[in-house]
Structures are given as C-alpha cells and as structure tokens.
Design a binder for this molecule. Sequence first.
Ligand SMILES: CC(C)(COP(=O)(O)OP(=O)(O)OC[C@H]1O[C@@H](n2cnc3c(N)ncnc32)[C@H](O)[C@@H]1OP(=O)(O)O)[C@@H](O)C(=O)NCCC(=O)NCCS
Length: 379
Amino acid sequence: MSTSNEPVSFPAGLEGVYVCNTTLSEVEGLEGRLIFNGFNAIDLAETRTFEEVWFVLREGRLPSQSELSTFVSQVEALSHLTLDEYKLVKKLRGGEPMSAFRSSLSAVANGRGFKSWMNRDKAVVAEEIMTLCALTPEIMEVLHTGRKPKLKAGNRGYADRYLWGILGKQPAEADLRALETYLILTVDHGLNASTFSSRVTVSTGADVGAALTAAVGTLSGPLHGGAPGPVLDMFDSIASVANVSNWVAEKMAAGHLFMGFGHRVYRTDDPRSLCLKRVAERQASPRIELAKAAEAEILAALAAKQQAKALAQNVPVRTLRVNVEFWTAVVLEHVGIPRTLFSSTFCASRMIGWGEHIREQIAGNKLYRPRSYYTGSKP
Ligand SMILES: CC(C)(COP(=O)(O)OP(=O)(O)OC[C@H]1O[C@@H](n2cnc3c(N)ncnc32)[C@H](O)[C@@H]1OP(=O)(O)O)[C@@H](O)C(=O)NCCC(=O)NCCS
C-alpha cells in the first residue's frame, strides 16, 4: 500500500471492475449482444410478453402456459393501491416525475411496514419486491393524472396497465406491442449505475423499498437514461429533412454532444437500438424520415471526426453508433407517451430488473465496503 498521500490509481467510475456475480443479464459490447438469463434479449423482445421475460429473469426458463397465467394473476393481484395510498401519492404529485415517483415508492413501502430483509422469510421479502414492481403502473398513473386509477377490465398485463394509465384509455394493440417491446429491451442491462445502487443499498440489510428507491434516485440523473427526451428536442430543433445537413454541420463545428449516440459498453451497434428501429419502421411514425436522415448524417459526421482524430493521434478509430435512446424517442412518442414521462417509462421497466438484482444480492449477500484513498492533510 502507498504511504504517501499522492492519489493512488484506480479505474475511474469502477470501469471494468467486477463486483458481483449475476445470472440476470450480460452485455456483450464487442459482439453487440444482450443476454437475459440464458436467452437472447432481442428474440425475447420480439416474441414474448413482459411477464414472460420477468419470469425468465426469475427462473432462467420460459414459463409453461399455466405457470404464465398464475404469474400474470399473481402480479395483477398485487397491482392496486389502497385508497389511503392513492391519497398519499396524489399529494406527492408535481415537480420532476422521477422525483415524485421516488418519493411515492418510498412512502408506499414505509406505509406497508417494509422492514430489513435480514432474518425474515425470503418468500415474504420476494413478495414485497414484487408488490412494489406491480404497483408501479398505478403509482405513475396517479402521479400523471391526479385521478384514481382507472378500472382496466380485461387488461393484458403490466405493459397494458402502464400505457392505459398514462393514455387514459385502452391502448391499440400495435401501440401496446411497441411499448412492450421497449419495456422488455430495457428491463435489465448488466451492472449499470442504478442496478449497482440497488445492490449496494440492500447489501446493508436495508428494506427492499429503500433499495428500489435508491435505484430510482440513481436512474434520475441525465447521464443514465435521460436522453430520449432530448432526442425529440433535437428533432424539433432540426425541424425538417431539408435542414438536416446544415443543422448537423453547424453543431459539429460547435463540438456538440449528439443525444442518442455513443455508448460506454457497446463498440458496435446497440442491439436494442436496431430492434427499436424495426419497431419504429412498422409504426410508420411521422418522425421516421427525419430520424433516419438525422441518424445517417450524424453518423457520417461523427465517423469523419473519429477517423481524423485516430489518424492524428495514431490510435485505432473509436466508432460511434446510435444507442437505445435514439429510436426509443421515436417509438415512445408514437405510442403517445409525453416526453416528460420517457424516463419514468424506462423506470417502469427497470423496476423489474432492479427487483431481481435485489433478490440475487439477498441470496448471497456480502456488504459492499470498498475503500477510498485519503488525499487530505494529516492533522
Ligand atoms: C453515452 C456516453 C456517455 C458514452 O461515453 P463514453 O463511453 O465515455 O465515450 P467518450 O466520452 O469516451 O467518447 C469518445 C469520444 O467520442 C465523442 N462522443 C461520444 N459520444 C458522442 C456524442 N453523442 N456526440 C458527439 N461526440 C461524442 C466524445 O466527445 C469523445 O471525443 P474526444 O475523444 O474528442 O473527447 C456518450 O457517448 C454520450 O454522452 N452520449 C450522448 C448522451 C446519450 O445518448 N446518452 C444515452 C446513453 S445510452
């Protein structure tokens, strides 16, 4: 160990450091592949329901038809706020939707008396996690509308309840399927910052409400899941296909950071982005032509810049691609989700991933306690 108080070197942002084992998901950044508990995530997103994928995360296999209907009913049975909870959540409306959701989740968990998971039946703790996940669509509906959640007779599961609550009416089948594909694609993604946060919090023995609330707080930062709203702002600012070239040239010259481009882990196409682009093409959204033109122009401009930089510095070219947020913006706008709720929609999906990471952490818990290297003065 160093004895001076010169800073020691360590990977900034813990980049590349392994801190836990997981079976839940793997991001293969070089190959552009995402795996959910032994399954190709894109295949799941294109062919399965949200509940089927939730089951895959829990069990590592697809459910039989009867297991699926039991699971769907189990989640639905837990999905309703009590009248007192509705009144409480209603009082917490206003401000940033993610902040209001964070406060509501914490208040509901506390109101239900959730306690440390330590020395308690793991099945009861697992039900507490499932409860907070199942309640998420109704909490977000109340925060968005201020009204008691609508009755959604005959709803087709979590994605349907979420979209119905936000739109205030039963969604069209195509919109539901588009949203469900998005929710599946974003349900888990390795040890990103919010997932790590949920595992750190629950590792102290804190209740699962605290762990999920910590994760929501972490996700709310603009560096983590806040890009699709700004992507739409970018489309608004470009305004027309005819203006794409000039707009991009001007922004390149100013050293602009283009929202929806680049990724910390993927060094090839983000497979979620390719999948969502296919969804957007099927939707035939009015944004599609502008989005395609902007994508092509920005990619070409970034490639030219990266190539020139690599040549000048004699280093390999670092290619930048479109990330998941770019086509998310087009898809979510088309299904009718307001851009102020894009992060909340991401959160409604990721709640399930966090919940499963929390269960996994509890199953083999070790308190996270890294060290900081003191660089201050000696007394
Ligand atoms: C996602 C992101 C944070 C990844 O960051 P990263 O892996 O640390 O990438 P780097 O910052 O090392 O980028 C390498 C180079 O590409 C440039 N670059 C990366 N993303 C860029 C973008 N979206 N627009 C313009 N230039 C970009 C960087 O400026 C950097 O150039 P430099 O070497 O001259 O400084 C980054 O690409 C970004 O901020 N993208 C825009 C926001 C976004 O879409 N976020 C959603 C992520 S899913």
